[in-house]
Each structure stands twice: as C-alpha cells, then as structure tokens.
Design a protein around this ligand. Sequence first.
Ligand code: CA
Length: 224
Amino acid sequence: MARILLVEDEAEMARLVAGSIESDGFLVDRAGSCEDARLTLELARYALVLLDRRLPDGDGLSLLRTVRATQPGVPVIVLTALDRLDDKVHGLDAGADDYLTKPFFADELMARIRAALRRPGAEPAAPLLCGRLRFDPARREVDIEGQPLVLKRRELLALEALIRRAGRVVQRDALVAAVYGMEDDVLPKALDSHISRLRRRLAELDAGVTIHPIRNVGYMLKPA
Ligand code: CA
C-alpha cells in the first residue's frame, strides 16, 4: 500500500484531505509543522508528499530540500491558499512536481496524486543494512542473508524506523508516529508490545541485531 505524507497544519483541512486519500486506498501520515515533517521523513519512506506552504514554523517549501535528500525521486505536490502566479512559479522552481491551490475538489487532488505516482523517474532507494538484516525500502521487504522475513505491518513499520537510524536512538514519539501514523490515539504499551515481538523474532532467526530499550527515551537497533 503506497504511503503518503500530508504536511498540513489546519486540522479540518488535514482531516478532509486524509479522508479522501485513505478512501482511495492509500496510507496517510500527517505532520502539522516543518519540524514534524522532517522527523517523519527520516523514519519512513513515502510514495508522495503533499505539502502546505503556510506552516506554523515556516514555509513548507523549505522542506523540499529535506525531501530530496531523504527520499530522492519522491513526487511533491504543493497544496496552498497562495494563488498568485509568482507563488506558483516559485514553488515549481523550488522543485515541487505539481501545485494545487485551495480550495480544490477531492477528485482533482486524487487525479493529481495518481498522475504524480505514474510518473517515471523515481530512483530506487539503496537497501538498508544492519547485522545480517537487509531492508529494501522500495519493495518494503526484509531478509536475513537472503531468507525473506515476513513481518506484521506494524512490526515492519517499527523495523523500518529503527533501521533507518541504526546505531542511534529513535525516540518513542517518533516511533509511535512511524508505526501508527500521526492521528491515532495509541496506548503507551502497544508500541512496547510490537517492539518486543519484533525483538523476539529477530533473536529467534539470528538476525545479528539487537533492539536496545533506552529507558524513558526510546529504542535503538544495533548489530549484535
Ligand atoms: Ca497552513
């Protein structure tokens, strides 16, 4: 299922846009500020990014560089109330793939999303390695020295967030965002139980990695 990042600070707008995208069968993560979006981009791989310009901590266009650095080839559609021609030109010059001005119809947004996803040219991302584990971000597949490892969806999302920052601590909030999306209410224990199942699987299969709990902070994946 293709995953889309929606960067939008207005709650009602975000709810409506996320609803249309989800009903078309995509998975949506939301970020409400530039800072949220930067964090999220480091932790998960997206098929497409929808970007509002007026965010509480800056212009959404400032995120284009982060998107290009962390997720090469990912299409970006700018969604904004700024509709003067030079704003649009500025957005496209800054590297956005498309531009949609508010208000827009859900049908038009979905048509633009499908068109952007069909566009060729996305570079395949290099696999992420840790211990004997290999995570292929393009196919979202994991293997241990060539033996495929099938994980439940939330375990896979947790592993993706951890392996992207292998050797560094991933904070609980960031993991919750990566595993559950931005809008869900998550019981603190739910994350821990997904992680402990994942730890057990990796240990049983001798994946050559360990997941260290860092008390009151988060988790870290390291070669064993
Ligand atoms: Ca806004």
